[in-house]
Design a protein around this ligand. Sequence first.
Ligand SMILES: Cc1ncc(COP(=O)(O)O)c(C=O)c1O
Length: 377
Amino acid sequence: MKVPFLDLSLQHRALREPALAALTATYDATRFCLGKDVEDFERNFGATLGYPRVLGMNSGTSPLHVACLVGGFGPGDEVITTPFTFISSAWGISYVGAKPVFVDIEEGTFNLAPAKIAAAITPRTKGIIVVHLFGQPARMDEIMAVARKHNLFAIEDCAQAIGARYLGTSAAAGSAGVPPATPVGLIGDVGTFSFYPTKNLGACGEGGAFVSRDEAIQTKARHIRVHGSDRRYYHDIVGGNFRMDGFQGALLNVKLPHLGRWTARRQEIAGRFLAGIKLSDLRMPEQPAYGRSVLHQFTVRHPRRDALREHLAKQEIGTDLIYPVPLHLQKCYSGLGYGRGAFPVAERAADTCVSLPIFPELTDAQVDHVIKAINSF
Ligand SMILES: Cc1ncc(COP(=O)(O)O)c(C=O)c1O
């Protein structure tokens, strides 16, 4: 039985009629850049997931860039983030001329280890970019306690965590008092999303969003999104072109009503994996009770990861390595002076992780095939 790592065609085939109708309407109305479809999507996304202010943007990298501009980071500033993430979590820091400062992750969730953040703070530290990796919220009570104490501008990269909620840890040491069941992205100063086609809510092309509780932050980001402008041809601040295009807004409006069902199916598949996989030396991802993961990835660890992948490939099961090289060991960041051994938990994760198929259209029989294949390794 074939189990691809991901097959986007199933979801798109199922939605072909309404998707093409929506795209055709946008085409006929020539609503190509922002416009009604994007405005509708911003409102729908906010209403569905609990965000008071949403700005559609042209990728998940763009709102991170805009957030670093709004945060006022620049040359001489340091911004803390995780070394175990997709590279663009750090791009915004570099684009504005600031310096990424990495802090190691915790073993169980792959997310920033709150206890290690304080040691990385210097008088130059201006911000922190927290990533809710693989759909699992990071420990925001503890992280925000440090951020508030040091007056850091906090950005949440929710690219992989669309719909995830932070349920809160009232017992957390140094609790910053995050209200229970807060959607990720509303805990810090800014939240950013990606609608890259493989994400839990994927566009037919590039897309992203910027959210904030704070009206002034949102207004500034809105101006930066359109060439630093509120009025056409009047540019009060230096901006750029970060606009979402109309086709993506139209398509995302068609997909959004299905997101809850798709997320529930991801969670069901994860539950099946957690109950069924029994292989010694294999480490499952942890889902602590303080957060509700949306299971963008189901990433396990095994000391003989490459052999396990080969074993699964022989049984027609697709897997992926997300991520094989942590950020501090990427060539582009060699100038930061980190070497191997700087962040042992992230390095161990990169060396031993393997992500299993977990898209909503998988059948139970396919999931059980994966479980059986892993258990027979
Ligand atoms: C954690 C994380 N941050 C940022 C991004 C960037 O999103 P995009 O590819 O839409 O620019 C991605 C997506 O690939 C991601 O996984």
